[in-house]
Every structure is written in C-alpha cells, then in structure tokens.
Design a protein around this ligand. Structure first.
Ligand code: DX5
Ligand code: ZN
Length: 228
C-alpha cells in the first residue's frame, strides 16, 4: 500500500454503477474509465439494512474482468463481516461497511485490511458522529452518506456539509491518511458544496449515468471541485 494515499489532497470522482445501464455494463464502464473515473463504486444492498436488493459478489467478479479501475464496494448489508472473504476473492479493492451494521468498527476495518484491501466506514445521515470519529484511525475511506442509503437519484441532504466538516476536522486533527467520500445526490453543484466542507472523494450515480453525455457529466463534477 502506498503511504500518503489521501495526501496531498487529490479529488477522486467515482461513478456509482447502480445507475448504469446493466444491459450495456461493459460499455458504461469503458466510457467512464476513458473519462477519467478514479474508482468504480459498487452498491451492494440486501433488502434488510436498506429496503432494496441490488447485486452481490458475482457482479464484482464480472466487473473485475472488465476493468483495472479500483472497485469500491459499498456494503449496505447486515452482518457485513460474513461477506468480506467472498468480496475480496471476487476482486474488490475497497470494502466499505456501515457503522450501523458492525458491533466493533475498529475490528471490522482491521479485518478488511487483513485481506490486503482498503477499508472504508460509512455512516447514515441520521447516525450521531460520536461513535464514528474515533474509529477513523483505522480507516482508509470515511464515507459520509449525503442521502438515506438504499437507492439512487435522491436529493443531497442539506444537513450534510456540517457533518462533512466535522469528519474533515477529525481527519486533519489526527493527520489521518484517510479519504473523505460523499455518497448520494452528488452533482457538480452539490460536489462543490461538499468539497468546500472538506470532501475529496465524490460518488455519483444518477448525475453521471443518467446524463445525456456521461463523460462530460463526470468532467463537470471534476471541474466543480478543482480550486478556482
Ligand atoms: C445510495 C448509494 C449510492 C447511490 C448514489 O444508497 O449508496 O452510491 O448509487 O446515487 P446518486 O448519485 O444517484 O444519488
Ligand atoms: Zn454507495
């Protein structure tokens, strides 16, 4: 693993394939890869932690054969530790678990890193940050949900910037080598707001894959978060 993965601050744009056209998944991935996507975000939903079911490790395995981009797998599932091995074997590069689904977040992150993967910790919009911030010391990617997890195409919640800023403060105070991602309702406008609050990693589904020109939509998000 590289030292300084998060520093100096570099913005990452990560299309979420939840909003892609699955009948043309290979083409959709190639398109955003050519447009300069940094990671591909893969939303795994179990119908329990969130109301919907999406897909599992079998899709990650197929995507692994389609791209060399890092696969950023967001586990919106109960008892995520049961599935770490399966997703690691399928070719995930980053595994993100939810604070709300693990008894001991520090141990969960350690179990992910023990498999040679980057470890992420996500938090829902309504969960207090008190149990979250202390766990970031063992984390490669802090993921602040900016919508209620469970589906794409929802509006960015207005309470998000304050939470992003609190996480940024914790990361900087401890000089942690941790990315700060935002997920949900990210467009060029909301990405700029999130970047000002301290985010450096922008996950976007709807605003990229449902745009008439997904490559241009990705570039527009990148431009909006670059310093003027
Ligand atoms: C929501 C997922 C997101 C989703 C974002 O539960 O975690 O990754 O794909 O989609 P948009 O960008 O459409 O809000
Ligand atoms: Zn996600």
């Amino acid at each position: 693993m590289t030292r300084h993965w998060a520093r100096p601050r570099q913005n990452r744009i990560c299309p979420s394939i939840l909003s892609a056209d699955f009948a043309r998944l290979g083409d959709e991935i190639a398109l955003v890869a050519r447009a300069g996507a940094d990671f591909l975000h893969v939303d795994v939903m179990d119908g329990q932690f969130v109301p919907n079911i999406s897909f599992g490790a079998i899709l990650v395995r197929a995507m692994r054969r389609l791209t060399s981009l890092p696969l950023d797998v967001h586990l919106m599932v109960v008892e995520p530790l049961r599935f770490l091995e399966e997703f690691a074997k399928a070719g995930a590069d980053h595994l993100i678990v939810h604070l709300e689904t693990v008894e001991d977040p520090v141990r969960a992150l350690r179990e992910i890193r023990a498999r040679g993967l980057r470890a992420g910790l996500a938090i829902k919009p309504g969960t207090p940050l008190t149990g979250y911030l202390p766990a970031l010391a063992g984390c490669d990617l802090a993921l602040v949900m900016t919508v209620e997890p469970g589906r794409g195409g929802q509006p960015f919640l207005e309470g998000s910037p304050k939470r992003i800023a609190a996480v940024r403060e914790a990361i900087d105070r401890e000089s942690l080598d941790c990315l700060l991602g935002v997920d949900g309702g990210i467009s060029p406008e909301t990405a700029r707001i999130a970047a000002r609050a301290g985010a450096d990693t922008f996950i976007a589904g709807n605003s990229i894959f449902c745009a008439p020109d997904p490559a241009e939509a990705l570039h527009a998000i990148r431009r909006s978060v670059e310093p003027a």
